[in-house]
Design a protein around this ligand. Structure first.
Ligand code: FAD
Length: 413
C-alpha cells in the first residue's frame, strides 16, 4: 500500500488549492453572512473538472479515482466547507448512483450535464419523520397512466386490469404499471435544492414492503407538482443552501425511474456509503484549514512578551491537531484506496473514516478557537465560521451513532 500521490494527483491538489485561496477565500466570510451560494466559483471549479470527477470521459467527466476526488474536497473544504458539501452531493450522492443504476438514455440526458457542471444535482432522502431510519420514509409514488387529450395530458391511477382489458383505451392501458409515477411527500434538508436542476428522490412504491418498497426517481424541478419549500436557516455551512422539497402529485415519467421498483434503499445506501469517504475528506480539509490559521496566529499573537506559539500549552494543542488530522487522513486515503482497488473489501472502512474524521474535526476546530482567544469568537476570523461549519459533519450522511452501528456490525460478524 503506497499513498504517495501521483504527479497528476499533486497537480489536482495544487490547482484547487491555488484557486480556493485566490478566488474563494476573499469572499467566504461575506457569503457565510449572506447565506449566498458560490455559483460563479463552482462554475469555475467545474471548468477544472471538479463537478463530475468520478464520471468517465465518455460521459463528460475526467474519470478520476476516489483519492483524487478526496484531495479536491479537502482543498475546497479548507477554505469553504459549504462549497465542498455542495460538490460532494452533486459528485457522489447523485452522479455515482446515476452511473451505477442509470440507463444509457438517463445518462445521455443527465449525466453529461451533471459531470460538466452545467447543472447540479440534489439528493432527497430525509423527511420530517425519517432521517437515520431511511426505511421509514413516508413519501409515496404511485404508477399512473398519462391520458392525452386536446387540453393537454392528464394522469389516471394505473388500472390493475391486464393490459388492453380496461375501459379507457389502448394508450392508457399499454403499460400495466403505468407510464408515469405520481409522487407525494415532503423532503427536508435538501442540499443544493435551491439551485439544482436534477433531484434524486426516494419514495415508496410499495409501503407494505418497508425498506424493500422504496424506489428512486430522477426528478426535474419543472415537473408538475414539484415545489421548493422552506429554506433551512443553518448554524454553519451557510453558503450551501438546504431547502424543503414539496411533492404534490408530482408527475415523473416512467423513464425517469432509476433502477427497478424496490431498489431505492439499496441505491440510497450505496450512494451514502461512497459519499462518506467524501464527507470524511471534507472533515480533514476543514481541520487542516483551521490548523493552518492557528499556526499563523500562534506565531503572530504575543502575550507576556512572547509569541503564544512559544507556550507549551499552545504547542501541545497544535501537536494534537496535527496528529489527529494525519490519523484521519490516513483512514480517508485507505478507504479511497480500498474503494478503487479492492471494492469488495471496503466493508466498514468508509464509516470508520467518516466517524473518526467528523469527530476529529470538531475537536480540532474547538482548539483552533481556543488558540485564537477572543478573536476566535469573533465573526471577523475564519475559525469562528469553521467551528460552526464543523458541527454538522457528525450528523449528515449518517450520524456518528449510525457509523458506530455499521462498524460494530462488522466487528461482531
Ligand atoms: C446541513 C445538512 C445537510 C443535509 N443534506 C441532506 C441532503 O442533501 N439530502 C438528504 O436526504 N438529507 C440531508 N441531510 C439530512 C441528514 O442526512 C440527516 O439529518 C441525518 O441522516 C440524521 O437524521 P435526523 O436529522 O432525522 O436525525 P434522527 O435520525 O432523528 O436522529 C436523532 C438522533 O438519534 C440518533 N439515532 C437514530 N437512530 C439511532 C439508532 N438506531 N441507534 C442509536 N442512535 C440513533 C441519531 O444518531 C441522532 O443522534 C442534511 C442534514 C443537514 C443538517
Amino acid at each position: 500500500m503506497d499513498f504517495s500521490l501521483s504527479d497528476h494527483q499533486k497537480l489536482i491538489r495544487d490547482t484547487v488549492r491555488q484557486f480556493m485561496e485566490a478566488e474563494v477565500q476573499p469572499t467566504v466570510k461575506q457569503r457565510d453572512r449572506e447565506e449566498r451560494f458560490p455559483a460563479e466559483e463552482i462554475k469555475k471549479l467545474a471548468e477544472l473538472g471538479c463537478c463530475g470527477m468520478l464520471v468517465p470521459e465518455e460521459w463528460g467527466g475526467p474519470g478520476l479515482d476516489t483519492l483524487s476526488y478526496a484531495l479536491m474536497l479537502e482543498e475546497v473544504a479548507a477554505v469553504d466547507t459549504g462549497m465542498a458539501t455542495s460538490l460532494g452531493v452533486t459528485n457522489s450522492a447523485v452522479q455515482v448512483p446515476l452511473m451505477k443504476f442509470g440507463t444509457d438514455e438517463q445518462k445521455k440526458k443527465y449525466l453529461r450535464r451533471l459531470a460538466t457542471g452545467e447543472i447540479l444535482g440534489s439528493f432527497c432522502l430525509t423527511e420530517p419523520a425519517a432521517g437515520s431510519d431511511a426505511a421509514g420514509i413516508q413519501s409515496r409514488a404511485v404508477a399512473v397512466s398519462r391520458v392525452g387529450s386536446s387540453l393537454g395530458t392528464r394522469t389516471e391511477q394505473a388500472p390493475t386490469l391486464a393490459p388492453g382489458a380496461g375501459a379507457w383505451g389502448g394508450a392508457a392501458l399499454a403499460s400495466p404499471s403505468g407510464d408515469a409515477y405520481r409522487l407525494n411527500g415532503t423532503k427536508i434538508w435538501v442540499s443544493n435544492g435551491q439551485v439544482a436542476e436534477l433531484f434524486l428522490v426516494f419514495a415508496k412504491t410499495d409501503p407494505d414492503a418497508g425498506g424493500k418498497g422504496i424506489t428512486a426517481f430522477l426528478v426535474e424541478p419543472t415537473f408538475p407538482g414539484f415545489k421548493i419549500g422552506r429554506h433551512e436557516e443553518k448554524m454553519g455551512q451557510r453558503s450551501s443552501p438546504a431547502v424543503e422539497v414539496l411533492l404534490n402529485d408530482c408527475e415523473v415519467p416512467r423513464e425517469n425511474r432509476l433502477g427497478e421498483e424496490g431498489q431505492g434503499l439499496k441505491i440510497a445506501l450505496s450512494a451514502l456509503d461512497g459519499g462518506r469517504i467524501g464527507i470524511a475528506a471534507v472533515a480533514v480539509g476543514l481541520a487542516q484549514g483551521a490548523l493552518n490559521h492557528s499556526i499563523r496566529y500562534a506565531k503572530q499573537r504575543r502575550a507576556f512578551g512572547k509569541a503564544i506559539g512559544e507556550f507549551q500549552a499552545i504547542q501541545w494543542m497544535l501537536a494534537d491537531m496535527q496528529t489527529e488530522i494525519e490519523a484521519a487522513r490516513g483512514l480517508v486515503y485507505y478507504a479511497a484506496w480500498l474503494k478503487d482497488t479492492h471494492p469488495g473489501k471496503l466493508g466498514a472502512a468508509s464509516s470508520k473514516a467518516k466517524l473518526y474524521a467528523s469527530e476529529m474535526v470538531n475537536r480540532v476546530v474547538a482548539k483552533a478557537v481556543q488558540i485564537h482567544g477572543s478573536s476566535g469568537y469573533s465573526r471577523e476570523t475564519d475559525v469562528e465560521r469553521m467551528y460552526r461549519d464543523a458541527r454538522v459533519i457528525t450528523i449528515y450522511e449518517g450520524t456518528s451513532e449510525i457509523q458506530r452501528m455499521i462498524i460494530a456490525r462488522e466487528v461482531l460478524k
